[in-house]
Design a protein. Structure first.
Length: 432
């Protein structure tokens, strides 16, 4: 468990009315038991992040899932007793539930029941700040809701009485029928398309100005926002809280020998990220999709670091970003075990601490050499009357050799793919 989070959980504000949550881990006999336990610890962190207090947990390993209730009859009875003993107000199942399963479980337990995707969506609903963020969350919630809409959905306890699982920018839309949802979906998608176009225009502008871009990605809470703050002197929200960042933020940085580059901080990843969320957050994810280089930030102090890397790497594949160069930043060096450091075998890596600043010079160097490796070596010739262009060239790249001739100057430099067309008229191949 992450140190900070468990500490924080103990400090749940006393007077604040919080949900008393029981979390339920489920897995099949054929699955790994330790995976189930790890996922359950994470579900506790997520419950806390949503504003709940986890009062108990319970697990079940089954030969196969029950169609009507997911978990078995005996376990439901046990859970029911635990709920009354602990005065629980909410049960969260660490799995996806169908509409029928939710309804049946709620009926048996007499309590609100949420599944993992609904919990994550609720956290996103609480965190959404921007117009775009709110639209994306509403879209994800509607998409998540549609297949769950079995006859008696209207009576579902999950949507009544406030608390975890009932929030969202689309709160008013939560109890309306399929047709209305369909209409709302269309409107939101249209609005999001416009946002996406707007973003694309911004990116094109940057491309035109030949500014190379980096995108910080990684598991939630690994320190992406803290790194960006430290790198660029920004004041983005960095918090020991899952999914503190929802909206992408782009900041400029001056890289030695390169000039300006931009870095984007985005939403973090987690295991079993709801598919609807991925679909809805397309515009946000496009920011990373368009970046020249990915920076995969890993919490080196987390005992699950290798699992977390694997989950993020899988998502990189799923999003088809795997052709991009990727740097690994192993962060939180100041609080990490030495063994964790030795278990790292990724190339292109650097160890940092966003708290002490250790490793930041190396990180910038690595960013710089990665950009260089993306560039092509070119030789340019500037006749006397065009020599003022050399100053312009020096602003966008390092000129590593200059030879003055009687009629002009020859320069050796590296240019990115985006920069090549603008300078092609000075390429020496065309001149001689
Ligand atoms: N000890 C330590 N804590 C860090 C470091 N980097 C980030 N944190 C803390 O980890 C938590 C999550 O950081 P944040 O930047 O919000 O993570 P993000 O979700 O990846 O953006 C915050 O409480 C940070 O203060 C680090 O290098 N060392
Ligand atoms: Mg963040």
């Amino acid at each position: 468990m992450q140190k900070g989070l468990s500490d924080q959980r103990k400090m749940v504000e006393k007077n604040k009315p919080t949900e008393r949550v029981i979390v339920v881990g489920v897995s099949l006999k054929s699955d790994s038991f330790s995976d189930m336990k790890e996922s359950l610890v994470e579900l506790e962190d997520l419950s806390f992040a949503a504003g709940g207090e986890v009062v108990a947990n319970i697990t079940q390993v089954l030969p196969q899932f029950q169609a009507a209730t997911l978990i078995g009859k005996g376990k439901i009875q046990e859970l029911k007793e635990l709920c009354s003993e602990q005065e629980a107000t909410l049960v969260i199942i660490d799995h996806k539930l169908s509409g029928i399963q939710s309804r049946n479980l709620e009926k048996e337990l007499g309590l609100k029941v949420l599944d993992r995707p609904q919990l994550i969506l609720d956290i996103f609903a609480q965190r959404a700040q921007s117009y775009e963020g709110k639209l994306q969350v509403e879209l994800a919630q509607l998409l998540d809701q549609l297949p769950r809409m079995v006859g008696a959905w209207q009576g579902s306890l999950s949507r009544q009485g406030g608390g975890i699982g009932t929030r969202g920018p689309g709160e008013t839309a939560l109890e309306i029928d399929r047709r209305t949802i369909g209409r709302r979906l269309k409107i939101i998608k249209k609005k999001l398309e416009n946002v996406s176009k707007h973003r694309a225009q911004h990116r094109n502008k940057r491309k035109k100005h030949q500014v190379p871009s980096f995108s910080l990605i990684g598991y939630t809470n690994s320190g992406k926002s803290s790194l960006l703050n430290r790198l660029t002197g920004s004041q983005l929200l960095a918090k020991d809280q899952l999914f503190a960042t929802l909206d992408p933020a782009t900041r400029k940085l001056h890289l030695e020998g390169h000039g300006p580059v931009v870095i984007t901080d985005t939403v973090g990843f987690i295991r079993n990220l709801p598919t609807h969320l991925i679909e809805a957050f397309k515009a946000t994810l496009e920011e990373s999709a368009e970046a020249d280089v990915l920076i995969h930030v890993v919490d080196l102090s987390n005992p699950q670091l290798n699992k977390q890397i694997e989950i993020v790497d899988k998502l990189i594949e799923q999003f088809k970003w795997h052709d991009k160069p990727c740097l690994y930043v192993f962060n939180k060096l100041d609080q990490a075990n030495l063994e964790n450091q030795f278990s790292v075998n990724q190339k292109n890596r650097v160890f940092t601490s966003a708290v002490t600043g250790e490793g930041f010079e190396k990180l910038k160097e690595l960013m710089s050499t990665t950009l260089l490796s993306l560039n092509s070596e070119v030789i340019l010739y500037f006749p006397h009357e065009m020599e003022h262009k050399i100053y312009e060239l020096a602003r966008v790249t390092t000129i590593h050799k200059q030879e003055k001739g009687s009629r002009g100057t020859i320069c050796h430099a590296r240019l990115s793919q985006a920069q090549l067309p603008q300078w092609s008229e000075y390429f020496i191949d065309d001149k001689f």
